[in-house]
Design a protein around this ligand. Structure first.
Ligand code: UD1
Length: 422
C-alpha cells in the first residue's frame, strides 16, 4: 500500500489539463457489448476503475487494449462468450452492474453479481431491476446474483423512476436500444455523462432523444455498430483541482474544463469569493481575497454534485464564517469529517447536515482516506495545511484521479507518493 505525503502552504500556479471523465468512460465502455467488432474510445483516463472494467470485459470474452499516451482504448467484442459478471469483478467496482442492460439486450440473458453496499451508503439497484422488468425481463435474485432473462427479446415500455439514478438511467438506456418499439424513461437522471452515453449510442446507430432532460425516449433498432469516440472531460476532476487552487489562493488554467457541465459548483465557488473565467482553452481559477462561507445542498444534476461535497467542505473549513452543507444524495457521505477535524477543522454533523465553522488554518496530520472523493478532500486539506499531511489508503484516489501527483506537482504542489505499511 502507498500513502501520499503533502507539504502544505504552496500557492498553485500554472496550467493543468483535465483528463477524460471516468463516469462517462465506464458506461460507454460497457456500451461496446451492444455491438459486434472493434470499438475505439479516446481520451479514456488511465485509472484503476477503468482497468477493473477492462478486466470484466475481458472475462466476458472481449479483447481490451490500451495505447498509453494516446489514451485510446480498443474493445473488440467479437470473442464475447460469457454472460456472467462474477462477484470478484463486481465487488471491486459498483459500476460493473452496468454490463447488465447491454448483455440482456444483446444476448437475452445476463447473470451479474449484486454489487452490495459500499462505504458511502447502501446504494441499491432496485430501480435498474424494476425498469428492466418493465421491458419484459424476468429477474430473479439467487445466491447473490441477478439472473435476468428475456428469451423473446425486450420490448419498449414506459419506465418511471422513483428517483433520478445515473446508473439506472444508463442501464435502461442500453437495454432499450435493441428492444422492439419505443421506451420512455421518465424521471431520468440528467447528468452530462448520461447525455454523453446517449451521444455514443446514437453514433452506434441507436435512436435516442431527450438525454440530458428527465424524459428520455428510445426507439429500438435492430443492431448497433462499433463506434470511435472521444470521451468528455471529467467535471469532478476539474472541480477538485478548482477547489485546490481556491484553497491555496492560487491562479491556474484548467485546460479542457467545461463550464457548461459545472454550473452549480461554479456558482457556489464564485459565492465563496473565487474568480472564474471561462476561456477558449478551459477555465481559469483564481482567488485573492478571503474565502467566504456558502450553504450547499447536494442534488442530482443540475444541482450541486455529491461528488464535489467533500472537496467543497475542505474549502469551507477555511472560510470567514459558518457554512451549512446538506448531503441529500447519499446517506453516509461525511466520513471525511472526522479526518478534517484531526487537522483542526471545526465541523459538527447532525444527520445529513454538516455545519462548518471556518478556522484560520489547518495543520498537517496523518489521515485516512475512506472513499474516492473523501480522499481527494484530504489531499486538498493537506495542500492548505501547515506542515506535513500523510494521507493513508490512497488506492481510493487511484480509482478516480489520473496522475494526481504529477498534475498537482506541475502547478507547484509539494506532494509525493511513498510506500506505506500494508
Ligand atoms: C453515479 C456516479 C457516482 C455519483 C452518483 C450520484 C458513476 C460510475 N458513478 O453513481 O460517482 O456519486 O452517480 O451523482 O457514474 N438509488 C436507489 N436505487 C437504485 C439506484 C440508485 O435507491 O436502483 C439511490 C442511491 O442509493 C443514491 C441515489 O439513488 O442514493 C443516486 O444514485 P445513482 O445516481 O444511481 O448513483 P450511481 O449511478 O451509483
Amino acid at each position: 500500500m502507498e500513502n501520499f505525503v503533502v507539504e502544505g502552504g504552496v500557492r498553485l500556479e500554472g496550467t493543468l489539463t483535465v483528463s477524460g471523465a471516468k463516469n462517462a468512460a465506464l458506461p460507454i465502455m460497457t456500451a461496446a457489448l451492444l455491438a459486434d467488432g472493434e470499438c475505439v474510445f479516446r481520451n479514456v483516463p488511465d485509472l484503476n476503475d477503468i482497468a477493473t472494467l477492462g478486466k470484466l470485459l475481458s472475462h466476458l470474452g472481449c479483447t481490451v487494449k490500451r495505447d498509453g499516451p494516446a489514451h485510446r482504448v480498443r474493445v473488440d467484442t467479437s470473442g464475447l462468450g460469457d454472460v456472467e459478471a462474477p462477484y470478484d469483478h463486481v465487488k471491486r467496482m459498483r459500476a460493473s452492474v452496468l454490463v447488465l442492460g447491454p448483455m440482456l439486450a444483446r444476448f437475452g440473458r445476463a447473470r451479474v453479481s449484486l454489487p452490495g453496499g459500499c462505504a458511502i451508503g447502501a446504494r441499491p439497484v432496485d430501480q435498474h431491476l424494476k425498469g428492466l422488468a418493465k421491458l419484459g425481463a424476468e429477474i430473479e435474485l439467487a445466491e447473490g446474483y441477478i439472473e435476468a432473462r428475456a428469451p423473446g427479446g425486450l420490448w419498449g415500455a414506459e419506465v418511471h423512476f422513483d428517483l433520478p439514478t445515473v446508473g439506472g438511467t444508463e442501464n435502461l438506456m442500453m437495454a432499450a436500444v435493441l428492444a422492439s418499439g419505443r421506451t420512455m424513461l421518465v424521471g431520468a437522471a440528467r447528468e452530462p455523462e448520461v447525455e454523453e452515453l446517449a451521444t455514443v449510442l446514437n453514433k452506434m446507430g441507436a435512436n435516442i432523444s431527450g438525454a440530458g432532460t428527465d424524459v428520455v425516449t428510445i426507439e429500438g433498432v435492430k443492431e448497433l455498430h462499433p463506434p470511435d469516440h472521444a470521451i468528455i472531460p471529467d467535471r469532478i476532476e476539474a472541480g477538485t483541482y478548482m477547489a485546490a487552487v481556491a484553497l491555496t489562493g492560487g491562479d491556474v488554467l484548467l485546460k479542457g474544463a467545461r463550464v457548461d457541465h459545472m454550473g452549480s459548483f461554479i456558482d457556489r465557488l464564485v459565492e465563496a469569493g473565487v474568480t472564474i473565467d471561462a476561456t477558449a482553452e478551459g477555465i481559469r481559477v483564481k482567488r485573492e481575497g478571503d474565502i467566504l462561507p456558502v450553504d450547499i445542498r447536494t442534488a442530482p444534476y443540475p444541482g450541486f454534485p455529491t461528488d464535489m461535497q467533500a472537496q467543497m467542505m475542505t474549502l469551507l473549513c477555511l472560510a470567514r464564517g459558518r457554512s451549512v452543507i446538506e448531503e441529500k444524495v447519499f446517506e453516509n457521505r461525511f466520513m471525511h469529517v472526522a479526518e478534517l477535524q484531526r487537522m483542526g477543522a471545526k465541523i459538527s454533523v447532525r444527520g445529513s447536515l454538516a455545519t462548518v465553522t471556518g478556522v484560520d488554518g489547518l495543520s498537517g496530520a496523518k489521515v485516512m482516506a475512506t472513499d474516492l472523493r473523501a480522499s481527494a478532500s484530504l489531499v486538498l486539506a493537506g495542500l492548505a495545511a501547515s506542515g506535513l499531511t500523510e494521507v493513508l489508503r490512497i488506492y481510493h484516489i487511484d480509482r478516480g484521479y489520473e496522475d494526481i501527483v504529477s498534475k498537482l506537482s506541475s502547478v507547484g504542489a509539494r506532494i509525493k507518493r511513498v510506500p506505506g505499511m500494508a
